[in-house]
Design a protein around this ligand. Structure first.
Ligand code: PLP
Length: 421
């Protein structure tokens, strides 16, 4: 099945007289014929539904669709992208462990990794995504249990060399987790390049309409959790009547453990209604992604030829430092997100943005409508100057999320804002 068709049909196949659209199962609980039936589900939770804190049929239909789109063996939705990033790592790490992350990632994720996870006793070692293989190898410690990166970093738009990091992670017997939010599986499928786990903020292109926040974790099923480094997968889980995840669930050990241990305890599962909205976004994802890329390329070329612009960062442009990596990992386009540095620094950037009429000032990105953000005053406000430099943020940097309006209207809006500065 081609990806456009999967967007519409995967996850839910109605039978005779069933609803055409995935039904919203608005129920917190499920009924059993007998006490023995309930007991059997507790013995093997993958056999049926237990409780809506970690399972719901509407959400599970969407999980199946996203797993199919990414080419994974299973997925688990979360109530936000942040929750997906956190649980993807907590499923592997505990106090005393460390992990490696690219430094050019979303500011909120930097905050989570550098501060909140530190409070939990987990150390994040940030590395330059463009570092040499030997520099990356040098960041590993005996307690390093995972590597994390963003395919297309928000907002620096660096393209992450998935194969390079996967090779080094695997040499060290640890999994590579990829945040694939900006490309979505339409533009890049990280499992095909060696990633083991994928996370998304579905709040972005997957929902696409600025309607519903959410996240998802997808398991490739390819990582060998029995390699000796991950006793939580190979020894009995006392919190789940002694289950040994690799024995009981084989290739699905990671994603079953994430649900039965972490979702059970943290309870950040989306509602059926949220999953229904997400599914509507997914249905048109393939068509939308193509158009975002086309509009953004036209806008990026316009910005590059504008003498009020110091630099344009769009990996789809041949002038981009990341163009070669983009051609390898994102051959169909590099999403609708562009960042550019306006001449005149922070104050000119703010004046330009306040002069836009069609594009709105929003914290959001990857929306169906064009929007802009000044990262240094917003998403990355909490970072120190050194962290800002490491994350690739300049005072004059503007993040422009090109939407699906007619591209000539977007260009007209930009032209009048340039005229105002
Ligand atoms: C790449 C990326 N990952 C994760 C997140 C966090 O997602 P959420 O806002 O849905 O919690 C964001 C949010 O902007 C993001 O851009």
């Amino acid at each position: 099945m081609n990806i456009e068709t999967k967007c519409l049909h995967a996850g839910y196949t109605p039978k005779n007289t069933e609803p055409r659209v995935v039904p919203i199962v608005q129920s917190t609980t499920y009924v059993y014929d007998s006490t023995d039936d309930i007991a059997a589900v507790f013995d093997d939770p993958t056999k049926s539904l237990i409780y809506s804190r970690f399972e719901n049929p509407t959400v599970m239909a969407v999980e199946e669709k996203i797993a199919a789109l990414e080419g994974g063996i299973g997925a688990m939705c979360t109530s936000s992208g942040q929750a997906a990033s956190l649980l993807s790592l907590l499923n592997i790490l505990q106090a005393g462990d460390s992990f490696i992350s690219a430094a050019t990632i979303y500011g909120g994720t930097i905050n989570l990794f550098a501060y909140t996870m530190k409070k939990l006793g987990i150390e994040c070692i940030f590395v330059d995504a463009d570092a040499s293989e030997d520099e990356i190898r040098a960041a590993f410690k005996p307690n390093t249990k995972a590597v994390f990166g963003e395919t297309l970093a928000n907002p620096a738009l660096t393209v992450f060399d998935i194969e390079k990091f996967a090779k080094i992670a695997h040499e060290n017997n640890v999994p590579l987790i990829i945040d694939n939010t900006f490309p979505t599986p339409i533009l890049c499928r990280p499992f095909e390049f060696g990633a083991d786990i994928i996370v998304h903020s579905t709040t972005k292109y997957m929902d696409g309409h600025a309607v519903q926040g959410g996240g998802v974790i997808i398991d490739s099923g390819n990582f060998d959790w029995t390699n000796g480094k991950f006793p939580e997968f190979t020894e009995p889980d006392e919190s789940y009547h002694g289950t040994i995840y690799t024995k009981a669930y084989g290739k699905a050990a990671y994603i079953v453990k994430a649900r039965m241990q972490l979702m059970r305890d943290f309870g950040c599962y989306p509602s059926a209604q949220s999953a229904f909205y997400l599914n509507l976004g997914l249905e048109t994802l393939a068509v939308r992604m193509k158009q975002y890329c086309e509009n953004a390329m036209t806008v990026a070329q316009f910005l590059e030829s504008n003498d009020k612009v110091e630099s344009v960062n769009y990996p789809g442009l041949p002038s981009s430092k990341y163009h070669a990596l983009a051609e390898k990992y994102l051959p169909q386009g590099t999403s609708g997100v562009i960042s550019f540095v306006i001449k005149g620094g922070r104050s000119t950037a703010v004046k330009f943005m306040d002069s836009l009429k069609l594009a709105s000032n929003e914290v959001h990105v990857a929306d169906i409508r064009t929007c802009v953000l000044h990262p240094a005053s917003a998403t990355h406000r909490q970072l120190t100057d050194e962290q800002l430099v490491a994350a690739g943020i300049n005072g004059g940097l503007i993040r422009l999320s090109v939407g699906l309006e007619n591209v000539n209207d977007i260009l007209d809006d930009l032209k009048s804002a340039f005229a105002a500065i």
